[in-house]
Design a protein around this ligand. Structure first.
Ligand SMILES: NC(=O)c1ccc[n+]([C@@H]2O[C@H](COP(=O)([O-])OP(=O)(O)OC[C@H]3O[C@@H](n4cnc5c(N)ncnc54)[C@H](O)[C@@H]3O)[C@@H](O)[C@H]2O)c1
Length: 248
């Protein structure tokens, strides 16, 4: 059965973190357009409220690495939406520094947000997802979690950890809940804006991937949409590269 465009998430109740920018915002916009009820989480309050108001969805401002705050946000979302059947963990931060210039505070912060955040949201949402007809969790990791490079040690460690966490958790879930990691390559968002500035030494577009361009947040959101519908019923415990074809 093919579900009509605009209704692919009709009746679903989904929490999206990192919804105030980049890929999280693109997920929020696409999921709202496909009929989902959403609770949008982000630490950047003003932009989050503006997006939530525009989409007619609910916003919760807060830090995904705050244990009590996440517990409250997830239980509040479930109360308001009448349950939770989907979770998309997009929020994350980048630390791009050689190890010898990375403070332990930098390391702990990126670990708390990129890995601690999904741990907390998943743990809080699991009992609710298990009550749903079918539940879906998507953890946005990174190509950097599959293959790393100098300058990304701390960040890559968190994303490799998130891929491993996703696989381990899949083995703890009943058959009605699916969990997958999405591993984007270079996507043009505020996080990567520095790469595309005129004087940036970081990037030659032809060397990024086989597509010879950065990806768009919408291209990643479409993969998240697929993973949130029954069309992906046999996809679970996967780490899906969305990279335009990476070279190594
Ligand atoms: N842009 C890329 O090329 C790329 C590639 C691979 C993976 N990723 C990952 O994709 C995700 C989204 O990245 P993006 O490029 O859209 O970045 P972005 O900076 O545009 O958006 C990230 C969002 O997360 C929010 N956030 C950050 N820390 C938070 C916290 N502690 N609590 C709640 N919200 C918080 C930010 O406020 C922001 O709205 C991140 O996890 C990132 O690591 C990005």
């Amino acid at each position: 059965m093919t579900i009509a465009s605009g209704e692919r998430l009709k009746g679903r109740k989904i929490v999206v973190t990192g919804a105030a920018s980049g890929m999280g915002e693109a997920v929020a916009r696409l999921f709202a357009a496909e009929g989902a009820a959403l609770t949008l989480l982000d630490i950047t309050e003003a932009r989050l409220s503006a997006i939530a108001d525009e989409l007619g969805q609910h916003a919760v401002a807060g830090d995904i690495s705050d244990e009590n705050g996440v517990e409250r946000a997830i239980s509040g979302a479930a109360e308001r939406m009448g349950g939770i059947d989907g979770l998309v963990n997009v929020a994350g931060i980048l630390v791009r520094k050689p190890v010898r210039e990375t403070s332990f505070a930098d390391f702990q912060r990126v670990l708390s947000v990129n890995l601690g955040g999904p741990f907390l949201t998943c743990r809080a949402a699991l009992p609710l997802l298990e009550q749903a007809e079918f539940g879906t969790i998507i953890n946005v990791a990174s190509l950097a979690g599959l293959r790393s490079q100098p300058g990304l040690a701390a960040y890559s460690a968190t994303k490799a950890g998130l891929v491993a966490f996703t696989e381990a958790l899949s083995g703890e879930l009943g058959p009605t809940v699916r969990i997958n990691a999405v591993c984007p390559g270079v996507i043009e968002t505020p996080m990567t804006a520095y790469m595309f500035e005129d004087d940036s030494p970081h990037v030659a577009v032809e060397t990024l991937n086989r597509a010879a361009r950065p990806g768009t947040p919408e291209e990643v959101a479409k993969v998240c949409l697929f993973l949130s519908t029954p069309e992906s019923a046999f996809v679970s415990s996967a780490a899906i590269a969305v990279t335009g074809g990476h070279f190594r």
